[in-house]
Design a protein around this ligand. Structure first.
Ligand SMILES: Cc1ncc(COP(=O)(O)O)c(C=O)c1O
Length: 398
């Protein structure tokens, strides 16, 4: 007889997964997947980089490496982070199998069942699933266009019998909300974190994908601004740049937290693929990234503009959305009493898909919003897909 553990018994294939199966139909114009566009991956260059490597480096790529990471990649990554204005001293780095693993490891070493975790509403599905898998009680504080609402955050934390185990935020081109935090909001949040001595996971896979150079300063993480002593666990990834198939992420955090995460990782996957670390290290140290990022920023900005204009041309006046300044997403808000699942079902019949808002609600309740990703769908299909969704919205609004 097979008897699953209590945590496995708690795992459910969600409603959302069923909806996403519908979105995977090749006849559907899907804005559901939060992933880069396949045509943009630097496949040729990566091939050349591999072919130019000496035999010893190629052999190292096939070998295990230390759990913390392949040492030359760790060094290269440190320099990359420092160039982005993120000092690493006083903290340690752990290379992880995607940002998802970094988030999962922090949750695993900090959470006991029943612990409180505060997130944003809306929030990244993968993080919510990780926190739930460790039995956390989740509460989402609403975002406005500048970031998490500090007064609500503060009064919620004050109302808890004990401080939350940690706060999870993703301030730079948010998935799914599309926003970037203002400098003022970052300062206020940092103040809360420092004053309360609270652990915060600062998740930053999209920060490099700003559309306008003027916004670059806003992408400086709180990890950098807060000084080395803060209990911020800063998470990064190559997923939205080189592609999620590399499964390459990192965690920059205080040594005590990294030490525990490293122990937890040892029993999970021993180390992150040395193969992709070798490729990423040679790509970064070869100086190819800046030019590649310029191309990505231009491409995603153009796609975001096409989607924004299509929405403006087709959506009824009761519907609003965020105008993205970077990243992959537009977050659409319907009137409060409207159920996004109804719009989804109607829209699938017409031939277009997105992700409904309740997927991003830590409490799984609010469903009058939905997420559109402009990053993956063929550019010439964006306007057509949006007009199908707008038609569905109009039908449901009546
Ligand atoms: C906010 C956020 N964090 C983390 C991840 C996971 O990234 P990775 O593919 O590196 O695990 C994603 C991917 O969608 C994301 O949007």
């Amino acid at each position: 007889m097979i008897e699953f553990s209590s945590s496995a018994r708690g795992m459910r294939s969600s409603e959302i997964r069923k909806l996403m199966k519908l979105a995977a139909d090749p006849h559907i114009i899907s804005f559901a997947g939060g992933m880069p566009n396949n045509d943009l991956f630097p496949t040729e260059l990566i091939g050349e980089i591999w072919n130019r490597l000496d035999t010893a480096s190629q052999q190292a790529a096939f070998q295990y490496c230390p759990t913390a990471g392949y040492p030359p990649f760790l060094e290269t990554l440190k320099r990359y982070l420092e160039r982005r204005g993120i000092p690493t001293e006083g903290n340690h780095l752990l290379i992880t199998t995607g940002a998802q693993q970094a988030i999962n490891l922090v949750a695993r070493v900090l959470l006991d069942p029943g612990d409180d975790v505060v997130t944003e509403y809306p929030s990244f599905i993968g993080a919510l699933a990780a926190f739930k898998s460790f039995g956390a009680r989740l509460h989402g504080i609403e975002l406005d266009r500048e970031g998490i609402q500090i007064d609500r955050l503060s009064s919620y934390i004050d109302s808890l019998p004990a401080p939350p185990k940690f706060l999870y935020v993703s301030p730079y081109f948010h998935n799914p909300a599309g926003i970037i935090y203002s400098s003022q909001r970052k300062r206020e949040l940092l103040h809360q974190v420092k004053e309360r001595g609270m652990v915060m996971i600062e998740d930053d896979p999209y920060g490099e994908l700003y559309f306008d150079e003027a916004d670059k300063a806003l992408t400086l993480p709180m990890k950098a601004e807060g000084g080395t002593e803060t209990t911020i666990c800063y998470v990064g990834s190559t997923a939205k740049i080189f592609g999620p198939g590399m499964r390459l992420g990192w965690l920059l955090a205080p040594p005590r937290i990294i030490e525990k995460c490293e122990q937890a990782k040892q029993s999970t996957d021993a180390c992150t693929s040395t193969f992709t670390q070798v490729l990423a290290q040679n790509y970064l140290s070869g100086g190819y990234l800046p030019q590649y990022l310029t191309m990505l920023r231009e491409t995603y900005r153009r796609r975001a503009d096409i989607m924004h204009e299509a929405l403006a041309a087709t959506m009824p006046p009761e519907v609003s959305w965020t105008k993205p300044r970077g990243g992959f997403y537009i977050w659409v808000s319907l009137p409060e009493n409207v159920d996004a699942t109804k719009v989804f079902n109607e829209s699938i019949v017409g031939g277009a898909a997105f992700v409904i808002g309740s997927a991003f609600d830590p409490e799984g309740r609010r469903n009058n919003c939905f997420r559109l990703a402009f990053s993956h769908t063929a550019e010439q299909k964006i306007a057509e897909g949006i007009s199908i969704i707008a038609k569905a919205v109009k039908k449901i609004l009546g």
